[in-house]
Design a protein. Structure first.
Length: 160
């Protein structure tokens, strides 16, 4: 059974899960292209970073043994509510943690009075794309700050 906890961005369990996500994304995407304009690389890094002052809450998926096995953050992005940094540990995938996190994000979005939630994922994350499609997210055009440096992104919205 998975339970969801609302925690601060700097919760050590959340930080650990985000570090694991960084490792996984590095494996999927590698390091930056040496031929790429350094300004583009820097802008992509900026777009992918999360300013803690914009984070409304972080959510942890906790298994029956009390281990944090999943994470997602909810932040303000201009006038939108955006989901960032969804990860579920490989050993816990397929057990409902991601769906439980997304369901709680919808509750938070409704509490905030948001009309919809948005998110961005990359072209080397077909598992994430499949999850969003399965859970009722609709594809939307790539939005800022990702459009300029990651036009290959997949972006989604879910009406609340």
């Amino acid at each position: 059974m998975i339970t969801i906890e609302r925690v601060a961005w700097d919760d050590p369990r959340a930080e650990e899960l985000r570090a694991r996500m960084d490792e996984e994304m590095h494996e999927r995407y590698g390091s930056s292209n040496a031929d790429e304009d350094p300004a583009v690389t820097a802008e992509r890094s900026r777009a992918l970073s999360v300013d803690p002052t914009t984070v409304i809450t972080s959510l942890l998926a906790v298994d029956e043994a009390g281990r944090a096995v999943g994470h997602i953050a909810i932040r303000r992005l201009r006038d939108e509510v955006e989901l960032k940094r969804l990860i579920v540990l490989a050993a816990a995938r397929g057990k409902g943690a991601a769906t439980a996190l997304l369901d709680e994000c919808e509750r938070v979005g409704r509490e905030l009075g948001a009309d919809r939630l948005i998110l961005q994922t990359g072209d080397r994350q077909p598992d994430a794309v499949a999850l969003y499609e399965k859970t009722g997210w609709d594809p939307i055009p790539v939005y800022e700050p990702y459009a300029a440096t990651m036009p290959w992104s997949f972006c989604f919205a879910k009406a609340l």
